[in-house]
Design a protein around this ligand. Structure first.
Ligand SMILES: N[C@@H](CCC(=O)N[C@@H](CS)C(=O)NCC(=O)O)C(=O)O
Length: 231
C-alpha cells in the first residue's frame, strides 16, 4: 500500500457539484487505483472484493483531507472509497464492487439467474440500510443515547438473523458472494464499537470466523483495522 504524493482536497463541506461533466473528465492514470480510507468499512468491502478476485491494483490509503485534488474533483460527494481505472472514476462502494465483479468476472460474486440476483441485491440493500447505517452512527460522534440505540439495532437484528448464518458456509450460499464481502468488514468492527453478540448469535460468530480466516480478508486489512480486533 502506498501513500499519494500530492495531498490536497477540496475544502470540507464544499458544495457537491451537480455538474455531470466530471463523469467524463479524463485522468492520466494507466493502472487501476483504489483510494481507500484507513478504517472506512465502505472502503474495506471494496478492498475485500479486490483481494478475493486477486485484482492487480494499487491500494492507496488516504484520509478525507489528503485525497489528491484531481481525484477528489471527480467525486462531487468527496467520499471514500474511489476507484480510478484509466479514464473512469468511480465512487459509492456498491458501484465500485459491481464494476470490479463485472470487469473481473472470476470468481463471480453475484449469482447468475435473475431471481437469485434480485434476492442478493435485496439482502445487500438491507445490510446497507439497517446495519451499515447503525455502524456509521457508531463510527461518528454519537451521544450516549444514539450509541446505545445503534448497538441495540445491530445486536438484536444480527441475533434474530442468526439461523440464516448457519444454513450454508457463506451467507445463504455455497460460494462466497458480494453479501459476504459486505458483511465481513461490518462484523469485524463489532467489538471495536462495543457491540457484543449474545450466545444465541453463535452462528454469526462462526460465520464471521470463517470469513476472517480467508487469506483475502487478512490481506484486505489495514494496520488500524487489524488493531480493532488484535488491540
Ligand atoms: N455510500 C458511500 C459512503 C461512503 C462514505 O460515507 N465514506 C466515508 C468514510 S467511511 C467518507 O468518505 N466520508 C466523507 C468524509 O469523511 O469527508 C459508499 O458506499 O461509498
Amino acid at each position: 500500500m502506498t501513500k499519494p504524493k500530492a495531498p490536497s482536497r477540496p475544502a470540507r463541506g464544499a458544495k457537491a457539484s451537480s455538474d455531470l461533466r466530471t463523469l467524463f473528465a479524463p485522468t492520466r492514470r494507466s493502472s487501476m487505483a483504489l483510494y481507500s480510507g484507513v478504517d472506512c468499512p465502505y472502503s474495506h468491502r471494496t478492498r475485500m472484493v479486490l483481494y478475493e478476485k486477486n485484482i492487480s491494483a494499487e491500494v492507496i490509503i488516504v484520509t478525507a483531507e489528503n485525497l489528491p485534488h484531481e481525484v477528489a474533483g471527480l467525486n462531487p460527494y468527496h467520499t471514500l472509497p474511489m476507484l480510478m481505472d484509466r479514464d473512469l472514476a468511480l465512487y459509492h462502494s456498491p458501484i465500485i464492487m459491481d464494476y470490479l465483479d463485472e470487469r473481473f468476472p472470476h470468481p463471480p460474486l453475484m449469482p447468475i439467474d435473475p431471481i437469485s440476483r434480485a434476492r442478493t441485491r435485496l439482502i445487500l440493500y438491507r445490510i446497507e440500510r439497517d446495519w451499515y447505517s447503525a455502524l456509521e452512527i457508531l463510527a461518528g460522534k454519537p451521544d450516549r443515547h444514539q450509541a446505545t440505540r445503534a448497538r441495540k439495532i445491530l445486536r438484536e437484528s444480527l441475533t434474530t438473523s442468526a439461523p440464516l448464518f448457519a444454513q450454508k458456509p457463506f451467507f445463504l450460499s455455497d460460494e462466497l458472494s458480494m453479501v459476504d464481502c459486505s458483511l465481513a468488514p461490518l462484523l469485524w468492527r463489532l467489538p471495536h464499537y462495543g457491540v457484543e453478540l449474545p450466545p444465541q448469535a453463535k452462528a454469526v460468530e462462526q460465520y464471521a470466523a470463517r470469513l476472517f480466516a480467508r487469506e483475502a480478508f487478512q490481506s484486505s486489512l489495514t494496520e488500524i483495522e487489524r488493531e480493532m480486533r488484535e488491540g
